[in-house]
Design a protein around this ligand. Structure first.
Ligand code: MG
Length: 392
C-alpha cells in the first residue's frame, strides 16, 4: 500500500520545530506535547506525509530535542536539520539544506500548527506556483482597535483588507532562498515579510480557524479537544484454526504450554496470536498474515508468532495509530488454560503495549460439539479497537 507517494520531488516542506517555548506549560516544548495520545509534531507531519504533491520533508529542530523528535516522527520519512537562534535562522538553515535538491517550491510550516489540512496545503502550493508566494490565513472579522496607555483606545483601525497570516507559507524555492540570504542580520516576522522585502508577489489563501498555533496552556487544551474529534476509532476481527498433530506442547499467546499433542502449522502455530495479528491487520485494512508472511516462504518455518504481531503493531504505529483494547477468545476442550492465563496476559501486554485491563482473554469449550469439541484442533477469535488520526 502506498500512502506516501512522494510523487513530486519538486515541492518540499520545511517544518519549523526548533522553538524551545514552554509557554504552553508541560515538561517539553509544545511541538512535542501529547494530543489525544499522539505528539503535536506527529499530527503536524501527517498531512505533509499524506499529500501527493509534497516530496522531501525537512524538520528543523533544536539539537537537544533530537531523541524526542525522532520518537515523534517514527515511521515518517523526513530529514532533521539543526535550527538557529531565531525562527528566521532556522528556516534559513532548512533552505540551505535543500539547496542541493533545489525544489521548485517550498512550504514552510510551524510544527505547533497540527490541524493544517490537505486542502490548505494544496491552496498555497497552487497559488505559489502561480504568483511566487502564498500564505494561508484568514480575513480579520473582529473590529481592530489601536490602544495606548492603560489600554485606552486611540483609534479604530479599518479592517478592510486585513488578514491574519498563518502557515504554511509557500514560495518558489530559489527566489525565497535568495531573499533570506539578502536579509541576513535583519529580524523579520515571517517568511512572507522576507519575500515581500525582496519584491516577490505573495498572495493570501484561505487557511482555517483550526489551523491555529499552539502557544499558551489554553491553546493546548483547545488542541486536545479538537484532536479528540479528529480521531477515528476502527475495529478489526481475526479468526484462526490449527489442527492437532503429534507433539508434547502448544504455543498460545506466546506461552509454551505442555500438552499431549502439538498444533500443526508452518510457524509455531500460535492460533491465538494469529487471530490477534489478523485483527490488527483488519482494522488497518492491511490484508492478513498469509499475505505478509506467505507459508510458501521457508524463512517463516517454525518462526515464533510474536514476529507477526510485532509487524502488525509496527504498521499501526507507522500510521500514527494505537491499540485501544483487545478481546481474544480461545476455543478448545484441552489443554485447560486457566493455569496459564496470567502468563498469557503478561505476554499480550508486552506485545501490544496495553495494560491488562484493556485485554480481554477468554477460553471456552464448544460442549464437545464440532471439530473443537472432538478435540481435533484449537480455534481463536480476536477483536481489536484501534485509534487512528482521521484523514487530514
Ligand atoms: Mg494460523
Amino acid at each position: 500500500m502506498n500512502t506516501n507517494p512522494r510523487s513530486n520531488p519538486h515541492c518540499a516542506a520545511i517544518i519549523v520545530a526548533a522553538g524551545r517555548g514552554t509557554r504552553a506549560g508541560g515538561p517539553v516544548p509544545k511541538q512535542y506535547a501529547m494530543l489525544a495520545g499522539l505528539p503535536v509534531l506527529r499530527r503536524t507531519l501527517h498531512p505533509f506525509a499524506q499529500h501527493p504533491g509534497v516530496g522531501k520533508i525537512v524538520v528543523v529542530i533544536h539539537p537537544d530535542d533530537r531523541l524526542i523528535a525522532e520518537d515523534a516522527a517514527r515511521g515518517i520519512e523526513i530529514s532533521f536539520v539543526d535550527g538557529g537562534e531565531t525562527r528566521q535562522e532556522s528556516v534559513y538553515n532548512g533552505l540551505k539544506y535543500m539547496e542541493n535538491t533545489n525544489p521548485d517550491t517550498v512550504l514552510i510550516h510551524d510544527a505547533a500548527r497540527p490541524f493544517v489540512t490537505l486542502d490548505i496545503l494544496s491552496r498555497t502550493i497552487t497559488a505559489a506556483e502561480q504568483h511566487g508566494g502564498a500564505v494561508a490565513g484568514l480575513p480579520v472579522a473582529d473590529t481592530l482597535k489601536q490602544v495606548g496607555d492603560a489600554a485606552a483606545i486611540l483609534e479604530t483601525v479599518p479592517r478592510d483588507g486585513m488578514w491574519r497570516a498563518q502557515t504554511p507559507q509557500t514560495f518558489r524555492f530559489a527566489p525565497l532562498l535568495a531573499a533570506h540570504r539578502a536579509v541576513q542580520g535583519k529580524a523579520l516576522t515571517d517568511d512572507a515579510a522576507v519575500a515581500e522585502r525582496a519584491g516577490m508577489t505573495v498572495v493570501m489563501t484561505r487557511g482555517s480557524e483550526d489551523n491555529f498555533k499552539i502557544t499558551t496552556p489554553d491553546d493546548l487544551e483547545r488542541a486536545e479537544r479538537l484532536a479528540m474529534t479528529r480521531h477515528d476509532t476502527l475495529v478489526g476481527q481475526g479468526y484462526d484454526v490449527h489442527a492437532f498433530a503429534p507433539g508434547d506442547h502448544v504455543w498460545l499467546c506466546g506461552v509454551r504450554i505442555a500438552h499431549d499433542q502439538a498444533l500443526r502449522g508452518h510457524s509455531d502455530a500460535d492460533v491465538a496470536l494469529h487471530a490477534l495479528t489478523d485483527a490488527v491487520y483488519g482494522a488497518l485494512g492491511a490484508g492478513d498474515i498469509g499475505q505478509h508472511f506467505p507459508d510458501t516462504d521457508p524463512q517463516w518455518r517454525g518462526v515464533a508468532s510474536d514476529r507477526f504481531l510485532r509487524h502488525a503493531m509496527e504498521m499501526l504505529a507507522a500510521r500514527g495509530g494505537r491499540l485501544v483494547n483487545v478481546d481474544l477468545t480461545i476455543i478448545c476442550e484441552q489443554p485447560k488454560l486457566a493455569p496459564h492465563r496470567d502468563a498469557m496476559l503478561a505476554t499480550l501486554g508486552d506485545l501490544t503495549g496495553l495494560s491488562t485491563d484493556r485485554i480481554g482473554l477468554k477460553a471456552t469449550t464448544t460442549e464437545k460439539l464440532g471439530f473443537t469439541g472432538r478435540g481435533e484442533g484449537i480455534a481463536a477469535q480476536a477483536i481489536v479497537s484501534v485509534g487512528l488520526p482521521a484523514s487530514p
